[in-house]
Design a binder for this molecule. Structure first.
Ligand SMILES: Nc1ncnc2c1ncn2[C@@H]1O[C@H](COP(=O)(O)OP(=O)(O)OP(=O)(O)O)[C@@H](O)[C@H]1O
Ligand SMILES: [Mg+2]
Length: 256
């Protein structure tokens, strides 16, 4: 699904009535099948932008188009993986994974598909476990399985791997890239981790400043799987860091 974000700004009201301008005049496009990473610091408006792509929030000004159609609400063709795992507490793991598909009547081979993604996420043996008995990282992997099992045309992922340990994170990142390479859905992935951005994305949108605006767009053309020690990887990293320094984003030096 093609994405066009056109001059989007977003303003919230603070409790004292003053304006909190979070995003200022954001414009970028992505082609169908792109893996777009939105990279930026905490509080910079990444979740807000993703929520607008999901149709959960509306821009204060500007427009967002998906396949040339203006977004005016949520749609099952766009599957969202939230920053905090959201599971239905009374359903076990496999029923949580299957839930959205069952609601939509997408039940062909559903048991097989559910097990396939449960296995991929390293959750075999926990099919019948309830969410309350899972760790945060396990719960987030259940959510990822649920997001993938429906084969949505667009996947919106909000820092989904932040709560995973390094080893699980590397494994799941690799699995996500493999699924994307074979299915070529459009992915929009939010992170504040520069290495993760370069490992995953074929397009990186760098958000920075307060209010947040686009500070740079990078097309990463290296083959997958990517090597963090490759000179091209280090080159992209250096370019992004230089851009961040120049833009003086925020008051914290978080990429060191
Ligand atoms: N529903 C809301 N009402 C009021 N203000 C909001 C709302 N959602 C977000 N904000 C404000 O928008 C700003 C950006 O928040 P957002 O969650 O988009 O940042 P983020 O880049 O996702 O941060 P993080 O990396 O910590 O998740 C913050 O100042 C936040 O207080
Ligand atoms: Mg966020």
């Amino acid at each position: 699904m093609k994405i066009d974000i056109c001059n989007v700004s977003k303003r919230f009201s603070r409790s004292d009535g003053s304006d909190n301008i979070v995003l200022d005049n954001i414009s970028f496009s992505a082609d169908s099948g792109d893996f777009v990473v939105i990279l930026g610091e905490s509080g910079g408006g990444k979740t807000t932008l993703l929520n607008m792509l999901a149709g959960i929030e509306m821009p204060t000004s500007g427009e967002i188009f998906v396949d040339e159609i203006k977004i005016d609400g949520m749609d099952p063709s766009r599957s969202m993986l939230f920053q905090q795992p959201v599971l239905i507490p009374w359903l076990n793991v496999k029923d949580n994974v299957a839930y959205g598909c069952k609601l939509r009547g997408d039940t062909d081979n559903l048991d097989y598909r559910v097990y396939q993604f449960i296995e991929m996420m390293g959750l075999l043996g926990f099919e019948n476990a309830k969410p309350s008995s899972l760790s945060l990282g396990m719960a987030q992997r259940v959510c990822l399985a649920r997001a993938l099992v429906g084969h949505a045309e667009m996947l919106l992922l909000d820092e989904p791997f932040a709560s995973l340990d390094t080893f699980t994170q590397a494994h799941i990142q690799e699995e996500l890239v493999n699924i994307w390479l074979s299915e070529r859905f459009t992915a929009v992935f939010v992170t504040h981790d520069i290495n993760e951005a370069i490992l995953l994305g074929n397009k990186i949108i760098l958000l920075g400043g307060y209010p947040g605006s686009v500070k740079g767009t990078y097309n990463i053309e290296d083959e997958y799987p990517r090597n963090i020690n490759a000179s091209s990887f280090k080159g992209y990293r250096a370019d992004i860091l230089a851009n961040l320094k120049e833009a003086h984003v925020g008051s914290r030096k978080f990429f060191q």
